[in-house]
Ligand binder design. Structure first.
Ligand SMILES: [Fe+2]
Ligand SMILES: [Fe+2]
Length: 187
């Protein structure tokens, strides 16, 4: 799917341009320099913010074209694109973020909310495919986009800054490397 390939390539380029250009193990024997290297590598929070930037552009596009759309197939195709790119994003957050931040989510009473919001957004996007009228499909998709925007806003204002306060630079960089490995973005 060309649009999906373009989105993924844009996100990868965004990440690659912020990546450290120094040698891989140059500082391996010096812990202080190793910490300095961790500061210059891509943190998982930077990766997730870069993905959010792509989503915000997609959401703007969908909110512009969907109200004018006359065909059920077009609305379903747009929902399918968002669903395809949203699923790996929320899986990364669930897999890489929940565990190290679990005690803090528990304290804030947010642990279940975080999971539940991902599930709610994905279920809503999936529901567009069973809509029988264009009106129904538009309503479900635009509601899902509104829920996603609210969720992303909470992550950008609360969750990412919390992770950067609590987790060490080395941990944030190691999680960034794990993201690169999962997405098979070559270094
Ligand atoms: Fe999320
Ligand atoms: Fe997110």
């Amino acid at each position: 799917m060309p649009l999906l390939a373009l989105i993924l390539r844009t996100a990868s380029t965004y990440v690659a341009t912020g990546r450290a250009k120094n040698g891989k193990n140059r500082f391996a024997k010096n812990p202080r320099l190793a910490d300095a290297e961790a500061e210059t590598k891509m943190k998982i929070t930077d990766v997730l913010r870069a993905e959010h930037a792509v989503f915000h552009n997609l959401f703007d596009h969908i909110e512009t074209v969907v109200p004018r759309s006359n065909t059920l197939a077009e609305v379903k195709a747009l929902a399918a694109v968002i669903e395809k790119v949203h699923a790996p994003h929320s899986k990364t957050e669930d897999d890489l973020f929940i565990e190290p931040l679990e005690p803090y989510f528990d304290q804030m009473g947010q642990r279940e909310t975080f999971h539940a919001e991902h599930e709610h957004i994905e279920a809503a996007l999936g529901k567009v495919q069973s809509a029988r009228t264009v009106k129904e499909a538009k309503k479900i998709l635009l509601n899902a986009i509104a829920a996603s925007r609210k969720h992303f806003d909470k992550e950008e204002r609360i969750v990412f800054p919390l992770a950067e306060r609590i987790l060490k630079a080395k941990t944030l960089s190691a999680l960034g490397d794990e993201w690169l490995h999962r997405r098979k973005v070559s270094r």
